[in-house]
Ligand binder design. Structure first.
Ligand code: HEC
Ligand code: HEC
Ligand code: HEC
Length: 291
């Protein structure tokens, strides 16, 4: 499952077809990449360089197609310069850059041989995609995705702060208990465990802003409308109402529990868990290597 999601993410990002092996590995990015992402909130120097070379590359292509050879030549020089600079930024990746084709492209621009030049840009384009496909997911998970490691959540039933995965386990336990109590027809106890679950669930809402620091300012929708929104609270209310009757309907109970597990737990896991799990395996790997 994890692999399929990552595969999917990477695939959406690339328009040209690139081949890669089925046992695609998501390894941590090279250490020397760290320094380009050292200042949180600041644009990464790596990204700035990528944008530079990318603009030159597109402009080169456009001018070539429009027969504006003077401009094309200027952009070819700019492209080669920024491409070479990028290739030196991360020594571990130097070989991933096709410097040969980039140099050949610049050299041959004066021939105005569109067929040859287009073939070269195509080769280069495929090379860009190849590296993106192989490495973007790693870079995003390492530098763009905050870790759950430092997050503490206040458990409202015990009034103490606990780690994110432990909080999840407690949340999951209280949900399971509601189910068990219901099956045992101990509705009074089921009501009480539902109260605990509802408290824990509501408290989860305060966690979002630890990572989603800048909310979507332009519209009234908040990230909290997803996974922990009013629809979930509404489902909890419906279960409560059923319990209050003393003879709750099994159908309504199941419907609402399923709604919560699918629309909250499952959906949120689909979005957030792959990155968290990969970060965790990387941590374990580093620990093993350190030992
Ligand atoms: C050695 C690997 C590698 C090569 C080769 C490479 N890139 Fe990138 N590029 C990356 C990585 C990794 C990212 C993701 C950076 C991030 O999101 O933090 C990226 C991101 C980008 C971005 C997005 C920048 C943004 O605004 O987020 C563009 C555009 C880009 N590359 C263009 C290109 C072009 C065009 C080429 C080829 C001419 C190319 N790249 C070659 C590794 C590479
Ligand atoms: C450990 C960090 C972390 C926590 C905690 C977290 N998120 Fe996210 N979430 C992310 C990242 C990173 C993304 C990717 C896109 C982004 O940066 O917004 C994301 C994406 C999303 C998206 C997809 C749309 C979007 O904003 O890009 C939604 C919806 C979302 N999160 C909701 C939530 C809700 C609701 C909570 C709290 C119950 C939450 N998240 C808690 C890190 C987190
Ligand atoms: C903010 C989105 C979000 C919501 C909503 C959410 N989870 Fe999670 N859950 C996560 C993330 C992220 C992890 C991985 C945490 C980690 O490993 O650091 C996780 C991990 C877990 C784990 C594994 C804990 C472990 O390490 O063994 C369980 C069990 C779990 N969640 C249950 C639930 C249940 C049940 C619900 C719904 C009532 C739920 N979660 C709702 C994001 C969410």
């Amino acid at each position: 499952m994890k692999k399929i999601i990552i595969f999917g993410l990477a695939f959406i990002l690339t328009s040209s077809v690139t081949s890669f092996s089925a046992d695609f590995l998501v390894s941590p990015p090279p250490k020397s990449m760290d320094k380009y992402y050292s200042e949180p909130g600041m644009p990464s120097e790596w990204i700035i360089q990528m944008q530079k070379l990318s603009v030159a590359f597109s402009a080169l292509f456009l001018n070539m197609e429009k027969n504006k050879w003077n401009l094309a030549e200027k952009q070819a020089v700019l492209f080669l310069k920024s491409y070479e600079k990028a290739s030196k930024m991360v020594p571990e990746w130097e070989k991933e850059f096709d410097l040969k084709s980039a140099t050949k492209l610049k050299k041959n621009i004066e021939t105005k041989d569109l067929k040859l030049l287009k073939a070269l840009t195509k080769t280069l384009e495929e090379n860009c995609s190849n590296c993106h496909l192989k490495n973007s997911s790693s870079v995003w998970i390492r530098y763009h995705w905050p870790s759950t490691k430092t997050i503490k959540v206040l458990d409202p039933t015990e009034d103490k702060e606990i780690s994110y995965p432990v909080y999840m386990k407690k949340l999951s336990n209280s949900l399971q208990r509601i189910n068990i109590n219901f099956e045992e027809k101990n509705f009074h106890q089921a009501w009480r465990t539902l109260e605990i679950f509802a408290k824990r669930f509501t408290s989860l809402r305060s966690v979002c802003s630890k990572c989603h620091v800048s909310e979507w300012k332009k519209n009234s929708v908040s990230v909290k409308n997803f996974f922990v929104g009013d629809d979930i609270i509404d489902s909890l209310q419906k279960i409560k109402k059923e319990f209050a009757t003393g003879e709750p309907s099994e159908k309504i109970f199941r419907q609402n529990i399923n709604y919560i597990t699918n629309r909250s737990c499952k959906m949120c896991h689909l979005v957030h868990q792959p990155a968290a799990f990969i970060q965790k395996t990387w941590d374990q790997k580093t620990k093993t290597l350190d030992n």
